[in-house]
Design a protein around this ligand. Sequence first.
Ligand code: GTR
Length: 380
Amino acid sequence: MIKTLIPLMSSFILPATALELPNVLGSPPAKTKEEWLKVQRPATLELFKKHVYGRAPVGKPDTLAFKVLEENPKAMDGAATLKIIQISYSGPGGESSFKLITFIPNKATKPAPGYLLICNRGPENIDPTRKQKDDFWPAESIVARGYVAATFFNGELSTDKDLNFDNGAHKVFDNYEGERPGDAWATIAAWAWGASRALDYFETDPAIDATKFAVIGHSRGGKTALWAGATDERFALTISNNSGCTGAALARRKQGERVARINKVFPHWFCGNYKNFDGRENDLPIDQHQLIALMAPRAVYVASASKDDWADPKGEFLAAAYAGPVYKLFGLKGIEAVEMPATNQPIQLGHIGYHLRSGKHDLTDYDWEQYLNFGDKHLK
Ligand code: GTR
């Protein structure tokens, strides 16, 4: 593996402690966007499948079906139409389904763009009746800005503690002879698969513009959003909120949560092969700046919180910055800086956005405000 000392952009100033990272442009480095798309992007994605997130056994299944469970054209005091869709699928292991909650702005005069939140918190955070409201999913504000507010609960695709992979999408599609392969998908990949199936639904709804959709998640949901954006090029914008280890943060910085720790406490999140890198971050064939680069030329946003050392804000920032050379191949701007911005000073110049919110590990109104501003540039 060819490693390059960063930075890779001539305009960049060397950071004080240079990390040795795999070249974001691949090996040998792509020199044109065509080379990137044809050779190095697929090769990079393959490395993440094989060593980190695992391989989904199926994309859009032939058995995928949508059923409207509830529809209310006067939700949110008339501002939105609420649709709760049951997304069901079947395969060798039987059938399963999950619920997609969708508020479509009524004032829209054309198919509306939107934000799909992968919810890793409880039902009270995504209450479709809106009796309970929470900053984690400010659906009213999203709708007021002209966007579809959509969400689903990750645990309906695969529970967040299940080590046997015996429910949801795993129960339906896992069909391995003998031992589970080291590159078999795990829960993060199953949640990301669910995000893609939600997008399949949006493609069928004439009130929704599925070509202008953001996928967003917080923490483990942020790791999932990045994987969804990497594996499904239909997502126009990918947003990682405080995703940390094996999300946006560079593994080789070895700050905050580390690979061995995440594999020990959450053995069901990543594929079996990822455990080969416990305590061996430098031997990973990829690092997380390359995951962010897989979004190019689509828009991507990474956000950190100042008191979230566990997620390594600086590692998240640098990964976003070091994805830049791939965007350059497309003639697009990235972050264009290697110094972290001050708190609450969002960088939204180009196709890679970043902010460091003051405060703790969370998804807040402040974060959403920045994501909606970024969406105004890239989704409208
Ligand atoms: C933590 C975990 C992080 C992050 C977080 C969350 O316990 O160490 O990687 O994902 O949970 O999802 O809230």
